[in-house]
Design a protein around this ligand. Structure first.
Ligand code: PRP
Ligand code: MG
Length: 178
């Protein structure tokens, strides 16, 4: 697995520092308010777990499973909801947690989908932001790291369902996916 890595972008330690910063900022912004954190699986599986433990206010969690990359390095442009939320979000403060925003198509679809359910507020937190590939305008409220236009894996993020268990965030060698 490690032989497929071209370059480590962010170490475990760098990720931990950033996640703590994001958690502190979110805690301050929502203090005194109810908060429901919605993780977008599978990619946010690790980030979500680490982030909520750095948020020191009461919160509840829910998950959606969506997919648009499948086994590819390119978005299909079609966002499939494989598992929907368990609970109503009407009148609630919702924070969507994503691992990475690339073209923005996934979150553009999800924002529309969730806004229709009448939440009190709807904000977005992503660990990684790849602005060079954005295809839609998207306001993102909390961003961990801005990254270059490269296909990354690790810390829950996959290529063809592999590499999620890498403890750091890395760029894959092109020969792995070309
Ligand atoms: O901004 P976009 O171009 O839409 O890309 C971002 C989305 O792509 C990845 O999901 P993927 O479809 O790979 O599913 P996964 O989370 O199960 O890996 C990632 O987790 C984001 O949800
Ligand atoms: Mg993926």
């Amino acid at each position: 697995m490690k032989d497929d890595v071209k370059e480590i972008l962010f170490t475990e330690e760098e990720i931990a520092v950033k996640v703590k910063e994001l958690g502190q900022q979110i805690s301050e912004d929502y203090r005194g308010e109810d908060l429901t954190v919605v993780g977008i699986l599978k990619g946010s599986n690790i980030f979500m777990g680490d982030l909520i433990r750095k948020i020191d206010i009461p919160l509840s969690i829910d998950f959606m499973v969506v997919s648009s990359y499948g086994q590819s390095t390119e978005s299909s442009g079609v966002v499939k909801v494989l598992k929907d939320l368990e609970y109503s979000i009407e009148g609630k403060n919702i924070l969507i947690v994503e691992d990475i925003i690339d073209t923005g198509l996934t979150l553009d679809y999800l924002k529309e989908n969730l806004f229709r359910r009448k939440p009190k507020s709807l904000k977005i937190c992503t660990l990684l932001d790849k602005p060079a590939r954005r295809k839609v305008d998207l306001k993102v409220d909390y961003v961990g790291f801005e990254i270059p236009d490269a296909f990354i894996v690790g810390y829950g993020i996959d290529y063809a369902e592999k590499y999620r268990n890498l403890p750091y965030i890395a760029v894959l060698k092109e020969e792995v996916y070309e």
